[in-house]
Design a protein around this ligand. Structure first.
Ligand code: SF4
Length: 675
């Protein structure tokens, strides 16, 4: 038996394990005790990570749709066909008719290649990926406040915090190994504040649990800042020496007294004061958040408000402090880092900077498009308008991940040509003209970057089931279009490092052991566990006043509930992989909706009864789960089940800055299904 050390393909925590291989087949997973992220632990998904890889449903050959039906074809036929159609579209409509969606499931090297393919080969500015639907608000918000849009500190500091404020994040279910670090902090005596409309597991052992209404985070945080300043608990020295704009912030937050936000948040002022005091007065305080903060029309402002809170108390820019944005997908951090975004090249180098463009043009020996491209959100609107003709998607299932499924259906249906590169025939792949079978994490070499900015190696354990990795496929199409790209992941990593100053010291050799946390600006730099030490990346930390704004939809007579969505421990995203694992599907075989006990009694809804959840966009029949752990007036659903897709209900209203949809709040109605 061979054991191949690699990195988990599920959430953004980045646990390390060995894949066990016998006769070219994966047979098991063993945790790596030396991995600095997971230290010998894995969650239930990680333990079963090998199982979906050899599932009979895996795509093994390319598919071309002929007369409305997929036919298996050879690689040569598929690649020739795709290259031919791409050429035709470019000639007929020009490069801006293309949009490319790269994948947070693929390696950094593949994201770099896809970003290069979009810009250098197709000539389009329109490149983005699923960070748009999760942490784009983190990138835009923290970038404005601190000058860098990623986690400020490391997992290893968590067990030694005095206070952890968890808001809009359920680490026990969504990021279990970080949840274990939080548990260690509790065992070491840390105080925990949990703010969440659902009484999630960490709330059970929290010192303060705030069950505020979804979409009222800014009111809550501004009120905490208000109390901290009026009680003289703010860090005047830090504010004076390291920040700018405090007076402008105060002019807004002075109106947000804890008493004044009681009606907005549904929380008593005394509880807000307790939480504010605990966070501010603790020596080692940090904030952990996730999609509960980012997936709102005010996602960017939510992130800025947390940055304001951290800076007011001086709880950032030093060890044992900071903000922990818990990234959803294994490599969503890396896909952002690699420039799979419409406004930056790799290493967050702006496309608007002519010197940067010049550098990439010289390296790639092509003229590059200037200006910012379309976000994933806008690609959908432009497709419906007819301005976008071709979409090339790798490893994403927009029809199940994006809000307002019916709108996405219209967008994909409006295209002239849709190419999807996938490992299973996803709902989005079913709509494609061509499906190219990609490779899983176990079938390729490369790197992933986890939520603590750590580059870690991904290693090939078995040969690609379809015969090609995603990087091979992109390079072969590129070659057919007349542009040769290096596909060897090690050499791609070297090229990326050579052109991206904050990753200049990254190489496969240096990632042996426990990887490296960026910035790594030179070959002898040891990596950076804590950023903004002594000085924020932008210079002074910027206080930006933000005001509370109601969600795009608020409950009314017709739709009297607030619907929110999230993840379960046993499943991952659209369930493409986890619903193909017997032990995981056994725990949660189908979708459901959580409703408060009192609400259920009032509507005469019984446990496990079939109910219909309706919103202005669609309706779905699921089973009811009755619980007193959810706030009255709030419904909650997971989104992992492809055949009962929650996103037919969610709202595509989006944040005007980062363009992320408002998955976390929409108005909904629930009624029992008779019989
Ligand atoms: Fe994988 Fe995340 Fe579980 Fe770790 S916590 S084993 S990275 S799914």
């Amino acid at each position: 038996m061979a054991r191949v050390l690699t990195t988990c393909p599920y959430c953004g925590v980045g646990c390390g394990f060995y894949l066990e291989v016998v006769d070219g087949r994966l047979v098991g997973v063993i945790p790596s005790r030396s991995n600095s992220v997971s230290k010998g632990r894995l969650c239930v998904k990680g333990w079963h990570a090998h199982e979906p890889i050899q599932h009979p449903d895996r795509l093994r050959a390319p598919l071309i749709k002929k007369n409305g039906k997929f036919e298996e074809v050879s690689w040569d036929e598929a690649l020739e066909f795709v290259a031919g159609r791409l050429k035709e579209i470019k000639t007929k409509y020009g490069p801006e008719a293309f949009a490319v969606c790269t994948s947070a499931r693929c390696t950094n090297e593949e994201n770099y290649l896809m970003m290069k393919f979009a810009r250098a080969v197709l000539g389009t500015k329109n490149v983005d990926h699923c960070a748009r639907t999760c942490h784009a608000a983190t990138v835009s918000g923290l970038n404005q406040s601190f000058g860098s849009g990623a986690s400020t500190n490391s997992y290893d500091e968590l067990p030694f915090m005095d206070c952890i404020l968890i808001i809009g994040s359920n680490p026990t279910e969504a990021h279990p190994i970080v949840g274990w670090r939080v548990r260690s902090a509790i065992d070491n005596g840390a105080k925990i504040i949990v703010c969440d409309p659902r009484k999630i597991l960490p709330a059970e052992s929290a010192d303060i649990y705030i069950q505020h209404y979804p979409g009222t985070d800014i009111a809550l945080i501004n009120a905490m800042i208000n109390f901290i300043v009026t009680q003289n608990l703010h860090n005047k020295e830090f504010i004076e020496e390291r920040t700018e704009g405090f007076e402008q912030l105060w002019q807004v937050v002075k109106d947000y007294t804890p008493e004044s936000v009681e009606g907005i948040t549904g929380i008593k002022s005394s509880q807000i004061k307790q939480a504010a005091k605990l966070y501010a007065a603790s020596k080692r305080s940090c904030i952990m958040y996730s999609l509960g903060m980012t997936e709102h029309i005010v996602g960017t402002d939510n992130i800025i408000s947390m940055a304001n809170l951290a800076m007011v108390c001086g709880h950032v820019g030093k060890e044992f402090s900071g903000l922990y944005p818990m990234r959803g997908q294994n490599n969503v951090q890396g896909a952002c880092d690699m420039g799979a975004l419409p406004n930056v090249y790799s290493g967050y180098q702006s496309v608007a900077d002519e010197e940067v463009r010049d550098k990439f043009e010289k390296l790639w020996k092509v003229d590059l498009p200037s200006g910012t491209g379309l976000t994933l959100t806008d690609m959908m609107f432009k497709a419906i308008e007819g301005a976008l003709k071709c979409f090339y998607i790798i490893g994403e299932d927009q029809l199940r991940t994006d809000p307002d499924t019916h709108m996405i259906e219209r967008a994909l249906g409006s295209l002239d040509f849709l190419v999807v590169q996938e490992i299973f025939l996803s709902e989005t792949a079913k709509k494609a003209d061509v499906v190219l079978p990609g490779a899983s994490f176990a079938e390729k070499d490369g790197t992933f970057t986890c939520a603590e900015r750590r580059f870690q190696r991904v290693r090939k354990a078995i040969e690609p089931i379809s015969g090609k990795t995603d990087g091979d496929i992109i390079c072969e199409i590129s070659k057919r279009l007349g542009y040769v790209m290096e596909s060897d992941p090690k050499k791609v990593c070297d090229e990326m490092a050579s052109v991206s100053p904050i990753f200049a010291g990254v190489s496969f050799e240096r990632l042996e052991g426990n990887g490296l946390q960026w910035p790594v600006p030179s070959k002898d730099h040891p990596g950076t566990p804590v950023v903004h030490l002594g000085k924020f990346r932008r210079g002074a930390g910027k206080f930006i006043p933000v005001k509370n704004k109601p969600p795009a939809e608020v409950p009314d007579k017709e739709y009297p509930f607030v619907l929110s969505t999230g993840r379960l421990l046993f499943h991952y995203n659209t369930g493409t992989m986890t619903t193909r694992v017997a032990n995981l599907i056994r725990e949660y075989p189908r979708n459901f909706v959580q409703i408060n006990t009192t609400d259920a009694e009032r509507l005469d809804i019984k446990r496990r009864q079939k109910v219909k959840v309706k919103t202005r966009r669609g309706e779905l029949e699921v089973l009811a789960e009755i619980t007193d752990k959810i706030k009255m007036g709030v419904l909650w659903m997971p989104f992992h089940f492809s055949n009962e897709p929650t996103n037919v209900l969610t709202n595509s209203a989006f944040d005007p800055v980062c363009r992320t949809g408002e998955y976390k709040v929409c108005a909904a109605r629930i009624e029992k299904v008779e019989g």
